[in-house]
Design a protein. Structure first.
Length: 105
């Protein structure tokens, strides 16, 4: 099992709107589970910094599978307007995962 963390930056003027529209569609949640993602959490700092955490047996394979689904493509198009350029492109899958260096179970 892999545990990963990533950062995204929501545009400061879009933070409130981002939270209001971030009601994840049931079909998106189902595809995330089918792709193998679990224990997925998002945390938001007031300035728009998003910290994401998730687990999967193979994170890259899970994201690759999810990236092929129609619902993911629609979700990414909907959410793209909220993120600063270069903060991690969920649509194209070039999220930078942070290196894990400490874990206490």
């Amino acid at each position: 099992m892999e545990r990963v963390c990533f950062l995204l930056q929501v545009k400061r003027d879009k933070v409130d709107e981002y939270l209001k529209v971030h009601d994840v569609w049931p079909e998106m949640l189902e595809e995330m589970k089918k792709a193998g993602l679990r224990n997925y959490s998002l945390f938001l700092r007031p300035d728009g910094l998003v910290v994401g955490y998730l687990e999967a047996d193979n994170v890259q394979e899970a994201f690759d599978r999810l990236g092929q689904t129609e619902v993911n493509k629609r979700w990414q198009e909907k959410m793209a307007e909220f993120f600063e350029a270069g903060s991690g492109d969920l649509k194209e899958g070039d999220i930078e995962f942070l290196k894990s260096y400490f874990y206490m179970a």
